[in-house]
Design a protein around this ligand. Structure first.
Ligand code: SAM
Length: 202
């Protein structure tokens, strides 16, 4: 499949640097792509995921998993026969997740969120039930945020939702052209406090 690679291999030596060290190192190397200096808080995770109907979830996609702060919680809550597809442009994060999470429900893809449709098709899925984004939308290259919002709407099943947490309130503007119903929320117990949107595909 062009443009990305899926890798489900597990069991390699765990990354010695640790999650916080890796996250900080990758922020220093790629500040615009990573967009945050520390991972999300537990309060942010719980609030962002509160709308998810786990019993109705067979395919969950996460954009920008980083060191897996949300990934591990999604796997804890997901059914045994569900699949979590994580997509990140940073190969160090994708490799790290393979070294530290040993779960056959996890599919790791090194690629861009804008390719979600072809990534899902390549894995044999025609839609996702939920798509979660920790992407730094406001600092993505021009046009990429719009493309991701459009492709995400196309990839969701009717009734599914795009779950977005971001520090910049203007990120909602990427969602408005594609999603008619958007629930707004806020989590103060995060560094920095973040906006949370649940954008429904009706
Ligand atoms: C702020 S970090 C989020 C990390 C983690 N989800 C958390 O909550 O702590 C943003 C992540 O988005 C990834 N990223 C940036 N642009 C991307 C794109 N176009 N497609 C997929 N991932 C991308 C970065 O490599 C990084 O892992």
């Amino acid at each position: 499949m062009p443009g990305f690679s899926a890798d489900t291999a597990v069991g390699r030596r765990p990354a010695a640097i640790g999650p916080l060290g890796l996250f900080f190192r990758e922020f220093v190397r790629h500040p615009v792509m990573v967009g945050s200096i520390i991972p999300s808080s537990r309060a942010c995770i719980d609030r962002t995921l509160k709308a998810v109907d786990w019993a109705a979830t067979k395919v969950f996609v996460e954009y920008g998993p980083g060191v897996g702060t949300f990934t591990r919680v999604v796997l804890e809550r997901m059914a045994p026969d569900a699949t979590l597809v994580v997509i990140d442009t940073n190969k160090s994060f994708i490799d790290y997740l393979g070294q530290t999470i040993h779960d056959s429900r996890l599919q790791r893809c090194h690629g861009s969120a804008a390719e979600v449709g072809s990534i899902l098709a390549g894995l044999g899925f025609d839609h996702a039930d939920y798509i979660l984004s920790g992407l730094p939308f406001s600092t993505l290259p021009l046009g990429v945020g719009d493309a991701i919002a459009r492709e995400t709407h196309a990839a969701l099943r009717p009734g599914g939702a795009f779950l977005v947490y971001q520090f910049n309130p203007r990120v909602r503007n990427f969602l408005v052209p594609h999603f008619l119903r958007i629930d707004d929320d806020m989590e103060w117990m995060n560094v920095p406090p973040c906006k949370i949107w649940t954008a429904w595909k009706d």
